[in-house]
Design a protein around this ligand. Structure first.
Ligand SMILES: [Zn+2]
Length: 101
């Protein structure tokens, strides 16, 4: 994350280990520029809830990135599998609700 305010400056902090990049920035966008520079080794990853996390160079590794992206959860089915009978029952419930109006 990028932490700070206009009065005290901004720091780029790793969301995995909590280390900062060792520099402070005058503006939020200075910190964004720093993390975008591939030479600095930082990486932004989006998790399964579309939240962004910043990873420092030592946390910028495939295993850690996969954890932050929630790929383990993603490999599991998003919806519980339902049998044909269950689907029919659910459809029936919906119909009966509509009939109540
Ligand atoms: Zn880190």
């Amino acid at each position: 994350m990028i932490d700070g305010d206009d009065d005290n400056g901004y720091a780029l902090v790793c969301d995995n280990c909590g280390d900062d990049c060792g520099e402070s920035f005058v503006t939020f966008f200075d910190a964004v520029e720093y993390k975008r520079d591939r030479d600095n080794g930082w990486r932004s990853v989006k998790d399964k809830n579309d939240a962004w996390f910043e990873l420092c160079p030592s946390c910028n590794q495939p295993g850690i990135i996969a954890d932050f992206k929630g790929t383990k959860e993603r490999e599991e089915p998003q919806m519980p599998k339902r049998s044909g009978d269950e689907l029919a029952r659910l459809a029936g419930m919906d119909t009966s609700e509509f009939e109540g109006f």
